[in-house]
Write a protein of this length. Structure first.
Length: 318
């Protein structure tokens, strides 16, 4: 007699077949029902199960005119190399749905290159979601390098560090930064950066061919504060100093200039500066991040952007 595990496996197998027939082969639900020998209602449920179990990942290839227009305007306004604007959910205009798929598609394009690349990565929720959308690939020719430490002050791993997961997805050599996000002092940061493995990683980061980063806001909802890396007093001090956003924990103002002192004195991340030669792709959306994204583009901390329709409209409002 088949066990519970066998039954579940068979159900997912059927769902995968139904999902493939519907989304890839273009079959109707009636055709799927006939081919799988089930009722139309069962075929519909199997297709839904394929989506809910993330057996199927859907990408929208049709260019939507308004999104394309917003993209071109952002490129012109901020001098971006590239910009992709994905549709917004009318009921949840600040939702980041769609960013992960677009970010994964851009990452995949670089990983498919036969020419060896150094690909550096930030951290955060958006980037982790992008990695989850990547297909399994075999890319031993590339090197993936983390731009910031993956440890909290107590030595525990950051929940949103993505480099290990990314390396598993694409089978590439990877270089995690074996440091806390913040050092305890300027002197300690200098000592850490002088360790030979860290020096090697920082040099690889300097040579990056392409970089993918999230963009964080500064305030009570800031990831740096919510995730426990800085205190409320430190966040408020950064706001008083003009901080509006952060990339790999480096805090900057509305012009994209790094804030002097404060937590920036202790950031253990690879240096952050204007993107001149390599592509630096920022992946972010939401009303709370508008000032941060605008500052990053103004200061050329990023030169490419993936965002959503609602955020793009806000970025273009003066």
């Amino acid at each position: 007699m088949a066990g519970k595990g066998d039954t579940e496996t068979t159900r997912l197998d059927d769902a995968a077949r139904a999902g493939w027939l519907y989304y890839v082969a273009g079959n109707t639900q009636d055709e799927i029902a006939r081919k799988l020998g089930v009722s139309r209602q069962s075929a519909q449920r199997l297709v839904s199960l394929a989506v809910s179990e993330k057996l199927v990942k859907v990408r929208l290839d049709h260019p939507i005119a308004h999104c394309m227009e917003l993209s071109h305007r952002l490129v012109d306004r901020f001098g971006l190399r590239t910009c992709e604007v994905v549709p917004s959910d009318p009921d949840q205009p600040s939702s980041t749905v769609g960013l992960a798929q677009a970010g994964a598609a851009e990452m995949e394009r670089h990983f498919k290159s036969n020419h060896p690349k150094i690909i550096t990565i930030g951290t955060g929720r958006s980037l982790r979601a992008c990695v989850e959308q990547l297909p399994q690939m075999d890319c031993p020719q590339h090197r993936i390098v983390s731009r910031l430490g993956n440890m909290n002050s107590d030595g525990s791993a950051s929940a949103y560090n993505v480099i290990i997961r990314l390396a598993d997805r694409v089978n590439a050599r990877h270089y995690p930064m074996p440091l806390p996000v913040f050092s305890r002092s300027v002197e300690e940061r200098s000592l850490l950066h002088n360790l030979e493995p860290v020096r090697n990683i920082l040099e690889l980061a300097r040579q990056a061919d392409v970089t993918f980063v999230g963009v964080g806001n500064i305030g009570e909802t800031a990831p740096l504060f919510v995730d426990g890396f800085v205190t409320r007093d430190e966040i408020r001090a950064l706001q008083r100093a003009g901080g509006v956003g952060e990339i790999t924990s480096w805090v900057y103002d509305r012009h994209g200039a790094l804030i002097d002192g404060l937590t920036n004195d202790r950031v253990a991340s690879a240096p952050l500066g204007p993107a001149t030669t390599a592509s630096v792709v920022g992946i972010a959306a939401g009303e709370a991040k508008v000032a941060a994204i605008r500052g990053a583009m103004t200061g050329r901390l990023i030169n490419s952007l993936i965002t959503n329709e609602h955020t793009a409209e806000l970025l273009l409002n003066d």
